[in-house]
Design a binder for this molecule. Structure first.
Ligand code: 5GP
Length: 185
């Protein structure tokens, strides 16, 4: 593995603003790339195959698992599978590419097992109250759905001690800068 870049894994609870932080990093640091995951969930309007995700049928996804082609995968939000294809990640790292995986916590654990040298970064909210108000502020979920998401978020927050670094997303630009410093270190 010598000479290879370390893989960076970014995870954190729902509504913490991971996506915004990562977009900021990609815009300001074109040398850092985001891995394109595979998923069985259908594309949302505007999502392009191979760009947003590699959209696979459940059968295609399962045959990739069976063939050992998934570096990690998990069932997220109940029914759909999400995972990282092993080959493009290994090729990118071998080529010296700095690569981010934005995956859930189950996936982060699997990557750490498969690649102990991977750098696991947890994005945390400034406080529990902040996360609650971000979730309810979106106003897109019913009270029941919010309660379910908060229960998941609480569990996810408990997993932060398993990560190599915890970065608090108080302000997007500052959080992005801290993550970049960890990627470049
Ligand atoms: P969405 O359906 O909103 O695009 O993503 C839902 C969740 O799936 C996100 O919270 C994200 O962290 C997770 N996810 C996306 N890609 C992967 C992946 O390749 N592996 C795993 N384990 N989780 C993923």
């Amino acid at each position: 593995m010598s000479g290879m870049n370390r893989l960076t894994v970014i995870a954190g609870p729902t509504a913490v603003g991971k996506g915004t932080v990562i977009r900021r990093i990609l815009e300001t640091h074109p040398e850092i790339k985001l891995s394109v995951s595979a998923t069985t969930r259908p594309p949302r309007p505007g999502e392009e195959d191979g760009v947003a995700y590699h959209f696979l049928s459940m059968q295609e996804f399962d045959s990739k698992i069976a063939a050992g082609q998934m570096l990690e995968y998990a069932v997220v939000h109940g029914t759909n599978k999400y995972g990282t294809l092993r080959e493009p990640v290994e090729a990118a790292l071998a080529a010296g590419q700095k690569l981010i995986l934005e995956i859930d916590i189950q996936g982060a654990r699997q990557v750490k097992q498969a690649m102990p040298e991977a750098n696991l970064i947890f994005i945390a909210p400034p406080s529990w109250e902040d996360l609650v108000s971000r979730l309810s502020g979106r106003g897109t979920e019913t009270a029941e759905e919010q309660a379910r998401r908060l229960a998941t978020a609480r569990q996810e927050l408990e997993a932060q001690s398993e990560f190599d670094h915890v970065v608090i997303n108080d302000e997007v630009a500052e959080c992005a800068l801290q993550v970049v410093n960890l990627i470049q270190a």
